[in-house]
Design a protein around this ligand. Structure first.
Ligand SMILES: NC(=O)C1=CN([C@@H]2O[C@H](COP(=O)(O)OP(=O)(O)OC[C@H]3O[C@@H](n4cnc5c(N)ncnc54)[C@H](OP(=O)(O)O)[C@@H]3O)[C@@H](O)[C@H]2O)C=CC1
Ligand SMILES: O=C(O)C1=N[C@H](C(=O)O)C[C@H](O)C1
Length: 252
C-alpha cells in the first residue's frame, strides 16, 4: 500500500473543520496527524509530521496559517474566505520562493457548485443581464460569499472576453444596498437566513426569457469530496491554484 497522506486540519472545531476531521479519518489513503483550533501553536504541525494542511478557519487567520505551511514544506488546501487579490499576490511571491509547495484556494469544495459557476460563466456570454443571489446561514461572518465573488469574477472575465456589454440598469435613485454590491461589474445580493446552509442562484436574462442556475448545499458533507480531492491532487500541482476547477476537467 502507498504511504498515507499525513494531514492536519486547522479550524478543526468549527462547522467545516468537524466534517473535515471525520472525512480525513474515514479516508483509507490519509492519516489525520493533527486537529488544531484557535490558540493552538502551529509548531504542533511540525511535531506531528504534517505534510498536508487543510485550512478551514477565519479570514483573519488563514493567511498566516498558509504562510507557515508553505515555509515549512507542507502543501495547503484552503477553504477559508478572504483571499483578495492582494493576499493572492503575496502568496504567489511566497510560492515562487518555495517552488515545491502546492496551495489550493478553493472558494467552494462542492463539485456541483464548481460546475454551476463554470456553467454560469459560459451562459453569461449569451444573455444581456446577469445577477447573483447567494443565500447562507446567519452565522456566516463575511458577505458576499467567497463563492459569489469567484462566480462574479468568472462571469466578468467570460463576458469581457466575448465583448458583452454591462448588464442594463436604469437605476438612478436607491436606498443603500438595494442593488446589492458590485463585483467586477456583476451585482451580488446576499441573504442570511436561519435554516439555510449554502446556496447560490445566477439569474441570466434575455429578451423574453430567463435562465436560472442554482446550486444548493443542504449539508456540509457536500464539501468533503472536494476537500479530499484537493488533498490528493495538491502535491502534483505546485504553485497556486485558485478554484477546484483547476484540478478538474470540465471541458467548457
Ligand atoms: N470552500 C468551501 O467549500 C467552504 C468554505 N467555507 C469557509 O470556511 C471558513 C470556515 O467556515 P465555518 O467552518 O463555517 O466557520 P466556523 O466559524 O464554524 O469555524 C472556524 C473555526 O476556525 C477556528 N479558528 C480561528 N482562527 C484559527 C486559527 N488561527 N487556528 C485554528 N483554528 C482557528 C475558529 O475558532 P473560534 O470559534 O474560537 O474563532 C472556529 O472554530 C469560512 O471562511 C467559510 O466561508 C465554509 C464552507 C465551505
Ligand atoms: O461560510 C460558509 O458557510 C460558506 N462559505 C464559502 C463561501 O463563502 O463561499 C463556501 C460556501 O458557500 C459555504
Amino acid at each position: 500500500m502507498t504511504e498515507q497522506l499525513a494531514v492536519a486540519v486547522l479550524g478543526a472545531h468549527g462547522r467545516m473543520g468537524i466534517e473535515a476531521v471525520k472525512a480525513v479519518e474515514a479516508a483509507a489513503d490519509m492519516k489525520l496527524v493533527a486537529a488544531l483550533g484557535r490558540g493552538d501553536s502551529l509548531q504542533a504541525l511540525l511535531d506531528a509530521g504534517a505534510k498536508y494542511v487543510v485550512d478551514l478557519t477565519v479570514p483573519d487567520s488563514t493567511e498566516a496559517n498558509v504562510r507557515f505551511a508553505v515555509e515549512n514544506g507542507m502543501h495547503a488546501v484552503v477553504g477559508t474566505t478572504g483571499w483578495d487579490s492582494e493576499r493572492l499576490g503575496a502568496l504567489r511571491k511566497l510560492l515562487a520562493a518555495n517552488p515545491a509547495a502546492g496551495v489550493l484556494i478553493a472558494p467552494n469544495f462542492a463539485l456541483g457548485s464548481v460546475l454551476a459557476s463554470a456553467f454560469a460563466a459560459t451562459a453569461s456570454k449569451y444573455f444581456e443581464s446577469v445577477e447573483i443571489v447567494e443565500l447562507h446561514h446567519p452565522n456566516k461572518v463575511d458577505a458576499p460569499s467567497g463563492t459569489a465573488v469567484r462566480t462574479a469574477q468568472l462571469i466578468a472575465a467570460a463576458r469581457a472576453e466575448a465583448g458583452v456589454p454591462a448588464s442594463p440598469d436604469a437605476t438612478d435613485t436607491e436606498l443603500e444596498g438595494a442593488r446589492g454590491c458590485d463585483v467586477d461589474g456583476v451585482r451580488v445580493h446576499s441573504v442570511r437566513l436561519r435554516g439555510l446552509v449554502a446556496h447560490q442562484e445566477v439569474l441570466l436574462g434575455g429578451p423574453g426569457e430567463q435562465l436560472t442556475i442554482r446550486h444548493d448545499s443542504f449539508d456540509r458533507a457536500s464539501f468533503m469530496p472536494g476537500v479530499l480531492l484537493g488533498l490528493r491532487k495538491v502535491a502534483s500541482h505546485p504553485g497556486l491554484t485558485v478554484g477546484l476547477d483547476g484540478y478538474l476537467d470540465l471541458g467548457l
